[in-house]
Design a protein around this ligand. Structure first.
Ligand code: TPP
Length: 339
C-alpha cells in the first residue's frame, strides 16, 4: 500500500496566493495533464510506437521546481519526461511530433519518447537507462562550476533509480566538489510494479545523502507551492556554492508504469483515493476558487484553451512527415578536428 504524501514543513498553511502565479501554475499543470492524456490516446491509436511513460499525477513537481530556475539552469531526467520538456518551455508541437516519430520532432523523429533534448531550453533529456541521468546531471553541475557560472542543474530521478549505484558515486563527487546540483527524487511510490517498501532498506529517500553530507528534505509533491518553497531553498543553496541538495518529492503516478502495465501491484481504490483527495490540479483549483482568483467558468475557459493547444500539437505531429531515411546517418557522430 502506498504511503500518502505527507505535508512538508513548507506547506503548513495556505497563504494568500498571488493571482498571476496561481493561474500560471494551473495552466502549466493542466497543459502537462492534457498533453499526456492526448499522448495516451495517440498511443492507443497506434500513432506512438515503442515506450511511452505518462506523468499524470506528478505535474506539481516539475511545475513548482521550474518556478525556482533562471536562464541557463539545466534540467535532466529519465524517460517519464514529457512534463519536464513542457515545463522547460519546449514547444508542445515538437514534443508531440517526436513522440509520433516525425521529422519535426525535437530529435527529428529518431529519439521518441525517451530521447529528446533541447540545447536552446537547456533540457538535457530524456534517458532510458534508469539512473543514467544522475551522473550526467552531476557533470552538468560540474560544468557550471568549472565555467564559473552561477547556474544550477536539476537532476530528476525516480524512487527505483534511487537504489542505483551510480547515484551514490554521483552524490560523493557532487558533495566532495560542492557541485551546484539539486537532486529531485520523484517518489511516485512504485518502480514499475515494485513498491518502495519492497525494494528499499531505507524508505525515507531524502536521507540517502546523509553519508555524503548532503542535505535532504521530504516535500509534499502533490502541492505545487510546497514544491516551490522547498525548491527555492535548495536551488539557492546550490547556486550560492554550498553544494548539492536532495529533495524527495512524495508524489503519485495515476497511470501504469508505461502503456502496458497489468496493474496487479496496487488496488484501483488506492489510485482513486489519491486522485480524489490529493490531486495537484484539483487542489490548486479549489484554492483559486476559494480565494476568488478566478471563477469555475474562467477556469473552464483555461481548460478549453489548453485543450485547443494540445489538439493543435497533435494535429501538427500527425501532419509532419516521417523522417527521411538519410537521417539515420545524422547526429550519430561528431568529428572534432584534433589540434
Ligand atoms: C539500468 C536499468 N535497469 C532496468 C531498467 C528497466 N526499467 C525501466 S523503468 C524501471 C523502473 C524505474 O522506476 P523509478 O526510478 O521509480 O521511476 P518511475 O518509472 O517510477 O518514474 C525499470 C526497472 C532500465 N531501463 N534501466
Amino acid at each position: 500500500m502506498a504511503k500518502m504524501p505527507s505535508k512538508s514543513k513548507s506547506s503548513k498553511s495556505t497563504p494568500k496566493l498571488q493571482s498571476d502565479e496561481a493561474l500560471k501554475f494551473y495552466r502549466d499543470m493542466l497543459l502537462i495533464r492534457r498533453f499526456e492524456e492526448r499522448a495516451g490516446q495517440l498511443y492507443g491509436m497506434g500513432k506512438i510506437a515503442g515506450f511511452c511513460h505518462l506523468y499524470i499525477g506528478q505535474e506539481a513537481v516539475v511545475t513548482g521546481m521550474q518556478a525556482c530556475l533562471k536562464e541557463g539552469d539545466q534540467v535532466i531526467t529519465g524517460y517519464r519526461d514529457h512534463g519536464h520538456m513542457l515545463a522547460c518551455d519546449m514547444d508542445p508541437k515538437g514534443v508531440m511530433a517526436e513522440l509520433t516519430g516525425r521529422a519535426d520532432g525535437y530529435s527529428k523523429g529518431k529519439g521518441g519518447s525517451m530521447h529528446m533534448f533541447s540545447r536552446e531550453k537547456n533540457f538535457f533529456g530524456g534517458h532510458g537507462i534508469v539512473g543514467a541521468q544522475v551522473p550526467i546531471g552531476t557533470g552538468l553541475g560540474f560544468s557550471n562550476k568549472y565555467r564559473g557560472t552561477d547556474n544550477v542543474c536539476v537532476a530528476y530521478f525516480g524512487d527505483g533509480a534511487a537504489n542505483q549505484g551510480q547515484v551514490y558515486e554521483s552524490f560523493n563527487m557532487a558533495s566532495l566538489w560542492d557541485l551546484p546540483v539539486v537532486y529531485v527524487i520523484e517518489n511516485n511510490q512504485y518502480a514499475m510494479g515494485t513498491s518502495v517498501a519492497r525494494a528499499s532498506a531505507e524508505t525515507e529517500l531524502f536521507k540517502r545523502g546523509i553519508s555524503f553530507e548532503i542535505e535532504g528534505e521530504e516535500v509534499d509533491g502533490m502541492d505545487v507551492y510546497a514544491v516551490k518553497a522547498a525548491g527555492e531553498k535548495a536551488v539557492k543553496y546550490a547556486r550560492s556554492g554550498e553544494g548539492p541538495y536532495i529533495l524527495e518529492m512524495k508524489t503519485y503516478r495515476y497511470r501504469g508504469h508505461s502503456m502496458s502495465d497489468p496493474a496487479k501491484y496496487r488496488k484501483r481504490e488506492e489510485v482513486d483515493d489519491i486522485r480524489t483527495h490529493h490531486d495537484p490540479i484539483d487542489g490548486l483549483k479549489g484554492q483559486i476558487i476559494e480565494q476568488k482568483i478566478a471563477t469555475e467558468d474562467e477556469l473552464k475557459d483555461i481548460d478549453k484553451t489548453i485543450k485547443d493547444l494540445v489538439k493543435e500539437a497533435a494535429d501538427f505531429s500527425l501532419d509532419s512527415p516521417e523522417p527521411d531515411p538519410e537521417e539515420l546517418w545524422t547526429d550519430v557522430l561528431r568529428e572534432v578536428e584534433s589540434a
